[in-house]
Structures are given as C-alpha cells and as structure tokens.
Design a protein around this ligand. Structure first.
Ligand SMILES: [Zn+2]
Ligand SMILES: [Zn+2]
Length: 375
C-alpha cells in the first residue's frame, strides 16, 4: 500500500514568539551581544589560547575591534531599552553587566600584536564570527521564506543546540589537528601528476570535482553511521532533533564530528587543488550544511535535482517509515540515486522529525548515550 503522507502541524506558541514591546527582543539582544563581547575581549587578551591559528590568517583583528565596539554599545543600548519599556529589566541588567565586565577588561582598546601560535587552542574567534554571521544570514532567511511560519526562533531545545553550536566551534583547532594527523597517513596515495592535472583545471571544474569526491566519502561515512549498529548511537544524537532550523544541524556527537571532518579532508588532500578552489569548497560545504537544516520553504526549482536542499535533508531527518535510512548525500543527490537510497517525494515534506527510539534530552545524556550498555 502506498504511504500516506501527512502535513506537519506546528501549533502557534504566542508565549514563545517574539513580540515588539514585550522586552524579550531587547533583553536577549543585550545578553547575547554582552556575552559575545566578553568572549571577544578574552580572546583579545589571550589570543594564543583562545583563537584559531588558521583563522587568524583570514581576518584582521584590528578591524574587528570596530565590530566589537558596536557590539558593546548595542548591548548597552538594548539593555537600556528594557529599562525604558520597563519589561524584562533583569535580562537588560545581565546584558549591561556582561558589557560592563568587557569594558573593565579593556574592551575594544586592547593592543593587538603578533600572536604565538599554539598547537591546540579554543576557537572563541570562530565561535563568535560564525554565530554572528549565521544568526544574521539564516535567521533573516528563515523569517523571510519560512517553511513553517508558526515555528518560533526560541523553539524547544534551542538551548541544547546552542550549547552544541558553541562546543563544536570551540573545538575547531582540535578538529584540524586530528584531521591533519589522519591525512598524514595518506601521503603514500598522493600523486603529483594527479594533483598537477587537478590544478590545471578551471576553478569551477576544480570545485565540482571537490564536491563530488568529498560527497562520495561523506555518503559512505554517513551510511556506515546509519547501518553499522555500533556506530548508529553516535549519529542518533544528530537525528534526535525534533524541530528543524539553522541551529539544529549543530547537534552532533563529538566522536562523529572528529571522524566526519577527518575523513572529509582525505579527498581534498589527495586531489591537491588550488587554494582558491579549496576555500570555495570549504565555504560552500559549511553554508550548505547549515542551509539544509533550515526552516526554509524556498522552491529550489531544477536546482533540487543537482543539490541537497532543505526539503531533501529534512526527509533524511524524518522518523516516517519510507524516509528511514535514505538521503545520505551531503552535497548532491548523485550517490543516493546511484546506490538506491534516494527519497524525495517533491510534493511533500515530513510530518515528524527525530529518532524512532527517543534519546536523552541533555548534552551529557547524549554524550554518554553511545557508551551505554543498554543501547
Ligand atoms: Zn543521518
Ligand atoms: Zn542533518
């Protein structure tokens, strides 16, 4: 019998929706900007330990002090707004206190000098830049073109996913370190002639080649995490999200994060493309990984046959029977089509997300879940 697709019901939740004048927009803005400012000030004070060597090469720390300045003043401004409208003053006070602490530690005036690189550090810079960029881009997109208009920004478990977002971004230098270590075992397979041929290709051809080769590796990595019983509990953490949005994709067990990132680096290393092509691929992959989890109803038209889209990956997260163990591809539907795991009823979206067996709902509960004897 053919599967009867249902429509997802999202009940409006006025208590959690942001409304102008109730103090929550300014309260949260003040707290988030205050906390980010304090984190940034600590990063300026201890850059060797709290910033990422690879990332420092890509930004201008002095110019970013202007961004920090605006962040601090806006945190104070939004904090003051909560007092003016006389609502959520406690949130405003916390935001102002955080920014006050940032000013006390030197604020945006901390001298910037050469930084001694450390092999391991916490990626506070990566966390702040990614969080600011993602919030602005993806929250705007989700508000402009939502799939589920009634879905609120601060939906159930947003705090858990925000924690994952912070945790996984802070670990960036460890992820790069482990990735480089894994890749170093593949020197034997690197071939100078192949790499020269790749570099001889036009930039866009290099990009397409990187996308396809990385997707092949990611497809099989992902499929093994689903189909090998010892591996599934690690990946089940990613599938435990029951509301999809840009933050939901951050939920990933740290063991899987390390394995996935390291494996993805192998084809990139073996192909040896130009730096410009590699940068393009990394940017594309990072943005697509967020977009496909978004609450985004943009019709992608013919692009949906070429790229993994939100609808495509939402089906991967569905707990409905015909969608289970399908749509493993990360970049293009190619390998799902080739290996028989393609599921894309273009007229429908999932009604349910999550795992068939429910996981613990805390970070530590999920961290230890794969090591439990009863799993
Ligand atoms: Zn999966
Ligand atoms: Zn996902």
């Amino acid at each position: 019998m053919e599967y009867q697709y249902k429509t997802r019901e999202v009940t409006p939740n006025p208590n959690k929706a942001f409304a102008i004048g109730d103090g929550r927009i300014s309260g949260y803005a003040s707290i988030f900007l205050g906390a980010l400012s304090l984190a940034a000030v600590l990063a300026y004070l201890f850059p060797s330990y709290l910033t990422t060597t690879e990332l420092r090469a890509a930004y201008d720390a002095r110019a970013l002090q202007d961004v920090l300045k605006y962040g601090m003043y806006f945190s104070l401004f939004f904090g003051a707004v909560t007092f003016l409208i006389n609502k959520r003053k406690r949130m405003g006070a916390v935001g102002i206190a955080l920014t006050g602490a940032s000013f006390a530690l030197g604020g945006y005036m901390i001298p910037v000098g050469p930084v001694e690189p450390k092999p391991l550090s916490l990626g506070i810079d990566w966390l702040i830049l990614a969080f600011l960029g993602s919030t602005v881009i993806f929250t705007s997109l989700e508000k402009l073109f939502p799939k589920y208009k009634e879905q609120v920004i601060l939906r159930d478990e947003w705090g858990l996913d925000f924690f994952y977002f912070c945790f996984n971004h802070l670990l960036i230098s460890a992820v790069i370190l482990v990735g480089n270590y894994v890749v170093s075992h593949f020197h034997f397979a690197a071939n100078a002639e192949v790499q020269a041929a790749v570099q001889g290709l036009p930039l866009m051809a290099q990009l397409v080649l990187l996308i396809i080769c990385a997707d092949f590796v990611l497809y099989w990595e992902h499929r093994l995490f689903h189909e090998v019983p010892r591996l599934w509990p690690f990946h089940a953490v990613h599938h435990s999200v029951e509301t999809m949005d840009w933050l939901a994709g951050s939920r990933s067990h740290v063991v899987q994060t390390f394995i996935e990132r390291s494996l993805a680096m192998i084809p990139l290393y073996l192909l040896g493309p130009d730096k410009a092509a590699l940068d393009l691929y990394v940017t594309f992959a990072a943005l697509q990984a967020i977009v496909i989890h978004c609450n985004l109803g943009i019709p992608f038209g013919p692009l949906k046959y070429l790229l993994v889209t939100p609808q495509y990956h939402h089906w991967h997260h569905s707990s409905e029977q015909p969608a289970i163990d399908t749509n493993y591809s990360a970049h293009t539907p190619l390998f799902d089509r080739l290996f028989g795991t393609y599921h894309m009823p273009t007229e429908h979206w999932p009604a349910e997300y999550g795992t068939t067996k429910r996981l613990p709902r805390t970070f530590f509960g999920q961290f230890f879940y794969p090591f439990r004897k009863d799993v």
